[in-house]
Structures are given as structure tokens and as C-alpha cells.
Design a binder for this molecule. Sequence first.
Ligand code: CA2
Length: 147
Amino acid sequence: MNKVLVLHGPNLNLLGTRQPEIYGRETLNDINNALYEKAAVNGWDIKALQSNHEGGLIDAIHAARDDGTAAIIINPAAYTHTSVAILDALNAFEGKVIEVHLSNVHKRESFRHHSYVSLRADGVIAGLGSQGYLAALDALIRGAERA
Ligand code: CA2
């Protein structure tokens, strides 16, 4: 069974509680449940994890190298713009990587325009809200069907 790791970075546990005009009204549980449902319908296995710690995200990426994970969907949140360590960990992972942002980071402050993770990502989705995660999973499923 194709296995996908979904990683959510710092503060994304607060989704649905503040700044709905930027990040929407859905909670992280809503997003994960929609992903679990889409994965199940297509016979895929999903593991979702949120961490407020850089090391927690890196440990999860390392574990994905050894457990047969085919792809990682990651919203590194603020670590997108700062973390060479997450980039290095993703560079050591051999499967597909899709970077997702709820907001269109390119319409926001200039410090959000640069992403270390984009140097590794096979695809980047920004500004589609929670639909971006489903689009990422859809791309992975369709890509595997074509392979
Ligand atoms: O648009 C995105 O998905 C971001 O990755 C979200 C990050 C931000 O630092 C990136 O530049 C773009 C911030 C996540 C914070 O999430 C919150 C959600 C609700 C309330 C407060 C923070």
C-alpha cells in the first residue's frame, strides 16, 4: 500500500481558532480527516503529524526514510523560511516531496517569499487553503497511477 507522511509545522495546531481570514476556518483535524478519507478511498495509507519543534519534524522525516513511505506532503509553516535543517533532512529522503501552504505566501511579507524547502520539493502549492493538501494527495495518487 502506498504510504504518505503529512507533516504540519509550528502553530498549525491553532488552525481554525485565529486569523481565519488568512488560514481559513477549518481545524487541523478537519484537514487530516479529509486527507484520511481521500487516502482510504484510493487505498493509500496516511500518517499525519504536527510538531511545533524543528527536531520533531526532522525525526519524522528520518523515520520516513526507513518505513517505506513513498511521499511526504509538508507545510513547514514558519520553518519554510528559516530551516536549512529541514531541507537537509528532506534531501536525505528519496521519495516525492510536495510543499503546501494554506496562504499565498507570495502575496504576503517579503520574508515569506523565500522557501528553503522549495529547493527540494517536487511540487509547491500555495494559496488554495485546505484544498491544497487534497490537491497534493491527488497529484501523488495520479502520479503513481501513471508510473
Ligand atoms: O500559509 C501557510 O500555510 C504558512 O506555511 C503558514 C505559516 C506561515 O509562517 C508561513 O509563512 C505560511 C504560519 C502558520 C501559523 O498558523 C496559524 C494558524 C492559526 C492561528 C495562528 C497561526
